[in-house]
Design a binder for this molecule. Sequence first.
Ligand code: CP
Ligand code: NVA
Length: 299
Amino acid sequence: MPKRDFLAIPDFSADELLTLLDLAGQMKAGVWRERPLTGKTLAMIFAKSSTRTRVSFEVGTLQLGGHPLFLSSRDIQLGRGEPIRDTARVLSRMVDGIMIRTFAHADVEELAQFATVPVINGLTDLLHPCQILADMLTIVEAFGTLEGKTVAWIGDGNNMCHSWLNAAGVLGFELRVACPAGYRPDQAIWDANAGRTTLVMTDEPGQAAEGAHVVTTDVWASMGQEEEAAVRARAFEGYLVDDALMRRADPKAIFLHCLPAHRGEEVTESVFEGPQSRVWDEAENRLHVQKALMATLMG
Ligand code: CP
Ligand code: NVA
């Protein structure tokens, strides 16, 4: 069987994604306790900081019987300029899967092209598909289904927004994106999904949130954009997720944030810590979906 990668949500069909979420749910409930990674190693390359991604993959690998290998790109030869395609072939001779978090999405695609073992995208500047798996599981837990749900994305048209667009396209839920001009998502990703589901673009957060089942946001300056923080803070004025915005949403709406969050910037303390917030379930679900993903690709 040819190896499979997970670089973007559309790498899996809707059925495959739902099966994966179901498996993650069984793992979380403790009814699925197999150890399909016994004797196997996952290499985890990090060119950016991480708490959730690192810990969920590391702990998840151990719980599945395997061995995780943390490789900071500052410490391996990749950081000194060894080509990604060489790194891919060397690691493929020694490990059973590679997870990578880095800047350029093209680097992850090149890694996957040259690796003979499954490659998992642990975040690039373009996409964050592993986080969206956790977000989907959190929505299913809250509402029982993704069907007929409306998600409001408030803020930057960034890697998270792009993966939400891909998820909406594959799974068919409605996605409303509120972004200021100049910070809208990638047009090609938008166009690829627009024909598959209802996508709405607005610069009015309230319009996006109206009746939505899920209100979600992310930091205004992502990793690598720290120097733009002041300019971005001005551009995103009015995009704060606060109680007034949550009141526009469905009364049972939940609030999601991939974390880390900047309280008082993109979300108020009261929403973040409030009764509609599911951010800790969402963070925990990283572990369960990452395990389901590894069991599927490497098991
Ligand atoms: N949400 C997320 O990917 O968190 P980390 O950056 O801590 O991995
Ligand atoms: N958009 C954020 C997500 C962090 C998990 C970033 O790329 O920094």
